[in-house]
Ligand binder design. Sequence first.
Ligand code: MN
Ligand code: MN
Length: 461
Amino acid sequence: MTADELRESLLASPKNGYARISAEQRAEMEAYCKRYMAFMDACKTEREATTWAAAEAEKLGFKPFAPGMDAKPGDKIYLNNRGKSIMLAVIGKRSLADGANICAAHVDSPRMDIKPNPLYEDSEIAFFKTHYYGGIKKYQWVTIPLALHGVVYRKDGTVLTVTVGEDDTDPVLMVSDLLPHLAADQMQKPLAKGIAGEQLNVILGTEPVEGDGSDMVKLNILRILNEKYGLVEADFLSAELTIVPAGRCREVGLDRSLIGAYGHDDRVCAYAELEALFTIGTPDKTCVCILADKEEIGSVGISGMQSEAFEYFMETLCDAQGVKLTQCFANSFCLSADVSNAFDPNFPETCDRRNNSALNYGVSICKYTGSRGKGGASDASAEAMGHIRTTFENAGVIWQIATLGKVDQGGGGTVAAYMANRNIVTVDAGVPVLSMHAPIELVSKLDCYETMLACKAIYLA
Ligand code: MN
Ligand code: MN
């Protein structure tokens, strides 16, 4: 054999996805990304994504979960977990004893949460105190337009939904930074300390109410909140208000090949799962789509992937078919759909280029995450990787390999370990992202589309 023939038959030779998709797929990709961008404009928090998913599911005939309900082939069921996460199932032709095909993504993203006693005035400026949520580089969150999203549980038991900063006529909020002229000391600090957590105070206003006394600007802000929403200061205690980047997602690049948005991690995989689930008809095996909360802070709590809410949902489906939950789990497969770090030529030293995902090379399969010797990782087996590889190949999904940075550079985790701990074979795969956890993250349209195809392939496997 010639070297060319050997090369052709022996070497893995990944090609840029644009060299591999048809004109027809290109058109589908553009249409898919338009729908994804509309979803992103509507959903910036786990609550908004949960509400959106439940509403879409209802339109498609999904029924709200109820204890003791049937689970017959073709039934479509969803459980809204207290407004903060959602699990959806399409019951397959085969028994749940044969397992389910599960895709699990998360819909929470790094941000700044409002503290329980947030409102104060200093130097005749009113502020909200915040506590950042998830892993952020704090310096990135100053001097950018911010929006307020969330809910307030009022004294009378009614729940108020608040969104300020997204409508073109709304004001936005902002955190200030120091002028360079006076930043001699600040500029000597390491990047992690240039802006401190307790400096992430959000400016709310500067106009005092008329009259004499202290905190007149704060009082004016409360007056505005009371007039608009009927709120009083004590209501902040029973609120979940969060500060996220304001504005809509945008096409990025002169060729429009990228999408810039807040919170691609991990709503880009959540949307892929959802659309895949909504378009599979009645599958062979039962398909389950999970949009989890709290991944960014360890998947803890009642709405995180470690919560038994998942068992509650699955056990009810299994009971309806007279199947033991443990047997269902033992035969199930889970795609832990989460983003990877796309190779960034501005920071090549942080990655092992041979094992890093790249923009436009398709859905990235990550055998293990973790840090310092795979610590905390759900290291997928050869068999699990083989299953996903074969499934993607058979479905014509463009895929690539991902690892999270070079060894000992850092690391991270996903929900994979919590699914695998349940005795469910689990593999991580998802969309490569540039500037992950920044206020605006970048993904490629091609990778978004391929990830939706990947979820569909897993559901139909
Ligand atoms: Mn993630
Ligand atoms: Mn993340």
